[in-house]
Design a protein around this ligand. Structure first.
Ligand SMILES: C=CC1=C(C)c2cc3[nH]c(cc4nc(cc5[nH]c(cc1n2)c(C)c5CCC(=O)O)C(CCC(=O)O)=C4C)c(C)c3C=C
Ligand SMILES: [Fe+2]
Ligand SMILES: [Fe+2]
Length: 343
């Protein structure tokens, strides 16, 4: 029997700094996130970052936390329930870090008799620190606890016409009746090194501003290329000219170079260049979370106004948008109609 595991990033169990510390420990000790040799990673994460960051992050989480819990978890659960109602196969939810875990999500499916699972990482663009780590972790859990299960997964959907249409429509709807001078596409950043590591050609990704627009098999796993492609396809749909939009990358952690331009510097630059009304969309995130609700909608807005801007519109993520639910459900039903592995 077939079933689906939706996987998102995860959040701490609460805004208590102890829970935030436990969550950050699991997250940042992932070798696909802080990709240093184990001892160096443990020194940096446990010896440095976890001494100060949990308190700071807990304060940030407090600003966006809902009565029902973490926005990312609540919104992922709403998506799961709506998709479950529309599809013929059972849908469960797991988080790469924290709860509900991937193991719990798979157990729920196993209890319903599922032995063929479509794993759906809820990330439009592939990254080693998101899609890849989800698939690796899910496979580890499968091998250890559910060896009878067979897995398939959906590829990154950054350029899928259904996704691009849904995202464009949600931007249009959100900005209806609002005037804006500029649309900023702010994606979560990654260290430049991660882009090179994921380059299957070992030579294409030079991060020189050019490589991402030159065709290459490397793009199947190039986060930067995939972000620029999402922007390109959406702005074509919206009919925006080059001077009306920008792509940038947010949430840099540590001292290594991350892919640029950085969102905070871009917001300030746009304001100083005379942009008065700025709309910001965050297409790397399927669900609103700390990075969209606090870093963009609160911090980003403040930066923009301080630098001379007037109006700032933070566009919500797709969350449990009905058109998105229908598209995801259709992708799932199409997979569910394919031949079963053992048939
Ligand atoms: C959407 C894709 C994401 C990528 C790519 C990504 C890479 C990445 N993240 C960190 C470090 C942190 N990220 C944090 C929060 C966070 N990150 C994503 C998504 C991506 N991360 C989301 C959805 C969230 C929000 C989670 C929530 O609970 O709402 C955090 C924790 C918060 C904080 O302390 O600021 C850290 C740390 C790295 C190092 C990285 C790539 C190497
Ligand atoms: Fe992150
Ligand atoms: Fe590239």
């Amino acid at each position: 029997m077939k079933g689906v595991l939706l996987v998102n990033l995860g959040s701490p169990d609460s805004t208590d700094p102890k829970d935030v510390k436990r969550y950050l420990d699991e997250f940042l000790m992932d070798e696909r996130v802080i990709d240093k040799p184990y001892l160096l990673r443990a020194f940096v994460v446990k010896g440095i970052i976890l001494n100060t960051r949990p308190k700071k992050s807990a304060a940030a989480y407090k600003k966006i936390w809902w009565e029902e819990g973490s926005p990312l978890i609540v919104l992922s659960e709403r998506l799961q329930k709506k998709v479950d109602d529309l599809t013929k196969v059972p849908i469960s939810l797991g988080m790469r870090y924290g709860n509900p875990s991937i193991k719990a999500g798979l157990q729920e499916l196993a209890d319903k008799g599922v032995d063929e699972v479509l794993v759906v990482p809820l990330y439009p663009q592939f990254a080693m620190s998101t899609t890849e780590t989800v698939l690796v972790k899910a496979e580890e859990v499968r091998r250890k606890y559910f060896p009878q299960m067979h897995f398939t997964n959906i590829p990154a959907f950054y350029n899928h016409q259904d996704y691009v249409r849904v995202l464009t429509n949600s931007i249009k709807k959100e900005l209806e009746g609002k005037e804006y001078d500029h649309l900023l596409f702010s994606y979560h950043g990654v260290p430049e090194r991660h882009i090179r590591k994921s380059d299957i050609t070992n030579s294409h990704c030079k991060i020189d501003g050019q490589c991402c627009s030159v065709d290459s098999p490397a793009h199947q796993y190039c986060y930067r290329h995939q972000c620029y492609e999402t922007t390109r396809l959406v702005v074509a749909y919206l009919g925006l000219d080059a001077h009306q939009y920008t792509t940038s990358f947010q949430s840099r952690l540590g001292r290594d170079p991350w892919i640029q331009p950085y969102t905070d510097a871009t917001i300030e630059k746009l304001a100083t260049e005379g942009v008065k009304k700025l709309a910001v969309v965050t297409p790397a995130f399927v669900s609103d979370c700390l990075e969209t609700l606090e870093e963009i909608a609160m911090e980003g807005k403040e930066e923009f106004i301080e630098a001379g801007g007037d109006k700032f519109y933070a566009i919500p993520c797709l969350n449990d948008n009905d058109e998105w639910v229908k598209v995801l459900s259709r992708w799932i039903d199409e997979w569910a109609m394919t031949k079963t592995v053992n048939a």
